[in-house]
Design a protein around this ligand. Structure first.
Ligand SMILES: Nc1ncnc2c1ncn2[C@@H]1O[C@H](COP(=O)(O)OP(=O)(O)OP(=O)(O)O)[C@@H](O)[C@H]1O
Length: 282
């Protein structure tokens, strides 16, 4: 399938390797009475990069994405003057009754004047975005009738249609089956190859190991680590962060050798593993 670039020409031309976002000493808490969710947080990312953010529930990952997207104001620290950002929230329901095409067209809002009717180029961009995530067949269905996974793909298409240079996604694969996880990771990978920046939160270390060069790991409010996935997402580090044994063997797959993260859920797990992973445990 031919994939059409959804990026402005200037972004495609800039290509990979130039700084897209720089974050210094960022700190956030919801009020003076609440604990800091993160403090002293710093990282930078380049065009063409997919940064994965990992950490246990309620550590502040979504809050960080909202700070990066301008939905929340950081209490401390600085963000470099950022590019146009397409924010893809976690889908929390289907309270809206627009068609899928209308939902995706909303991504074009920043290209339109107030009350301006979408132009043919907006419909084209929306169509290309739906095509890219496999949502084109549902264009005329109501968003509220879709499954959770389908809605997640539509929200990604809406951000793609906006033509933003930086896509910020909150757990983009959380409601997706394995094939659609692969589809989304492949789409994100191809967008990065075109020079776009991608930041995503994930509870799948495998996804981060698969598509990211760098990750940001929330360990505690005063301990966020940023670095190459192979240094950061090791068995001992993941075991420590999530509080259960996790090993990270390298396995032979049809597309080459891959490092994967295998959690040990404990003695209640009935199936035995065909591969003895115990030697990899920390
Ligand atoms: N508007 C708000 N006001 C006060 N506290 C909030 C608000 N939104 C979130 N929180 C709290 O901030 C903490 C971090 O929430 P956040 O959603 O950023 O975590 P997360 O790491 O994304 O979690 P998960 O992995 O479960 O999605 C949680 O304790 C949450 O209850």
């Amino acid at each position: 399938m031919e994939t059409k670039s959804l990026l402005p020409k200037a972004v495609s031309a800039a290509g990979a390797g130039s700084a897209l976002l720089q974050v210094h000493d960022l700190g956030f808490r919801y009020s003076k009475l609440r604990p800091w969710l993160f403090r002293g947080l710093g990282f930078s990312m380049e065009r063409g990069e997919i940064l994965s953010i990992l950490g246990p529930n309620a550590r502040g990952k979504t809050t960080l994405l909202k700070c990066l997207s301008g939905l929340l104001k950081p209490v401390e620290g600085t963000l470099s003057a950022g590019p146009a950002i397409g924010y893809v929230p976690q889908d929390h329901g289907s309270g809206v009754d627009f068609t899928v095409e209308d939902m995706v067209l909303m991504g074009r809002t920043r290209h339109l004047r107030a009350y301006q009717v979408p132009r043919s180029e907006d419909r084209e961009a929306a169509g290309a975005a739906m095509e890219r995530v496999g949502a084109a067949d549902w264009a005329h269905r109501h968003y509220s009738e879709l499954s959770g996974g389908q809605r997640q793909l539509v929200l990604i298409a809406r951000a793609l249609a906006s033509g933003s240079e930086l896509l910020v996604l909150d757990e983009p694969a959380s409601a997706l089956d394995l094939r659609n996880q692969s589809r989304v990771l492949t789409v994100l990978d191809s967008l990065a190859a075109e020079g776009m920046g991608v930041i995503m939160t994930t509870h799948h270390p495998d996804h981060a190991l698969h598509v990211s060069r760098n990750a940001l790991l929330f360990v505690g409010a005063h301990d966020t680590r940023w670095g190459p996935v192979e240094d950061l997402l090791t068995g001992p580090a993941l075991s420590d962060v999530y509080g259960l044994p996790i090993c990270t063997p390298t396995v032979d797959t049809v597309s080459g050798n891959r490092t994967i993260a295998v959690p040990d859920f404990g003695p209640s797990c009935r199936r035995t593993c065909a591969v003895d992973l115990r030697k990899d445990l920390p």
